[in-house]
Design a protein around this ligand. Structure first.
Ligand SMILES: Nc1ncnc2c1ncn2[C@@H]1O[C@H](COP(=O)(O)OP(=O)(O)OP(=O)(O)O)[C@@H](O)[C@H]1O
Length: 334
């Protein structure tokens, strides 16, 4: 949950009506040995995240708002409102929250294997098999499909917000920017993360479920190419992975960067412009499940080939027209 998007107020009094989820601060101090650095997992826009163990033995992750920050209250409330109503095996579970004094802390089920992006690039973690990747994408698609059929747009779909439990089951996380729309088009300020933002939403400020589909298409590209959504390529401007992959597709050479037997076409359909040409999340899910079904014999044959070998050939970004992305990034930063 990133405070970069927050428009919250500064009052901390009774921020949410779900008192049954409330956990005393002293219990959280105990769970983390007083927020000891040894328990620190990472940091996002909202604040630091710690692992901990509650007195009943439940392993948890605690997201603690930066004390100096006056932002994040609106996202804190949205997160609690959304997650206290939603339950699905592919959504992260909110166990409770703490809003004592100046503290705002969200308490989640602890996800043993962290987030999807750290398994794709930028870490020493072992490469995941194709089958595992596809199953993770299917899990995340199920979570998003459930959200969309519940009338909710997640609004910040990215690989860092797909968490993995001890069995590598995908759980969609971070609902601070989510919107309840019940299928209608909503006018709103642009929110989301660089590299994942639907260009149509960016231009029109009209939010629909297809914006999540676009962002999920970028996640599929990351999974297929083992590259981050924004790639700093040699001396050039930052390169947007989605546009780079679509350029290869336009040239009819998608197989140059990804194995055509996998789910490249599904990823490309998610990135279609205009948004009405994109599939629904249910169709994406069906396509991925079908890809898994088709892949089973192929996966068995290739199961020892790490993705890095496939992505070795995709380091040439010289064909990308970065002008429109650079414009988008520039505008977002301003
Ligand atoms: N329930 C959880 N279990 C385990 N690790 C978690 C959990 N929730 C978050 N993390 C980890 O904590 C770190 C910070 O996450 P956080 O969601 O605050 O920020 P982010 O998604 O990295 O960035 P942003 O604030 O821009 O969305 C990440 O490494 C994330 O994987």
């Amino acid at each position: 949950m990133g405070s970069k998007h927050s428009k919250g107020t500064t009052s901390t009094s009774d921020p949410v009506p779900f008192k049954s989820f409330r956990v005393p601060f002293v219990d959280l101090e105990e769970a983390t040995n007083n927020f000891d650095d040894k328990f620190f997992i990472g940091e996002g826009g909202f604040g630091k995240v710690y692992r901990g163990v509650l007195c009943d033995g439940t392993k948890v992750a605690l997201k603690r708002r930066k004390i100096e920050s006056s932002q994040g209250i609106e996202e804190f409330q949205t997160e609690i409102e959304m997650l206290s109503q939603l339950r699905h095996p592919n959504l992260v579970s909110l166990i409770g929250y703490c809003d004592e004094n100046n503290e705002l802390i969200l308490i989640y089920d602890y996800m043993e294997n962290g987030n999807l992006s750290s398994h794709l690039y930028g870490s020493d973690l072992p490469s995941m098999s194709w089958e595992q990747r596809l199953e993770i994408c299917i899990g995340a698609a199920r979570g998003l499909h459930y959200l969309h059929t519940s009338g909710i747009i997640q609004c910040d779909v990215k690989s860092a917000n797909i968490l993995l439990d001890e069995n590598f089951v995908a759980k969609v996380a971070d609902f601070g920017l989510s919107k309840t729309t019940h299928g209608s088009v909503v006018s709103t300020d642009v929110k989301g993360s660089f590299g994942y933002l639907d260009p149509e939403y960016f231009r029109s400020l009209q939010l629909t479920e297809k914006s999540d589909v676009y962002s999920f298409g970028v996640v599929l590209c990351e999974v297929l190419c083992a590259k981050p959504a924004i790639v700093a390529a040699l001396l050039r401007e930052q390169v947007n992975l989605a546009e780079w992959a679509m350029n290869w597709q336009k040239k009819g050479q998608l197989e140059q960067i990804i194995d055509p037997n996998l789910f490249g076409e599904t990823a490309m359909k998610c990135l279609a412009y205009p948004g009405v040409d994109r599939p629904s999340m249910g169709e994406v899910l069906w396509n991925l499940e079908y890809a898994l079904h088709l892949q089973e014999p192929v996966i068995q044959e290739n199961s020892t080939i790490p993705i890095d070998e496939l992505s070795l050939q995709i380091n040439d970004f010289s064909h990308v027209d970065t002008s429109s992305n650079a414009a988008q990034i520039g505008t977002l930063n301003s």
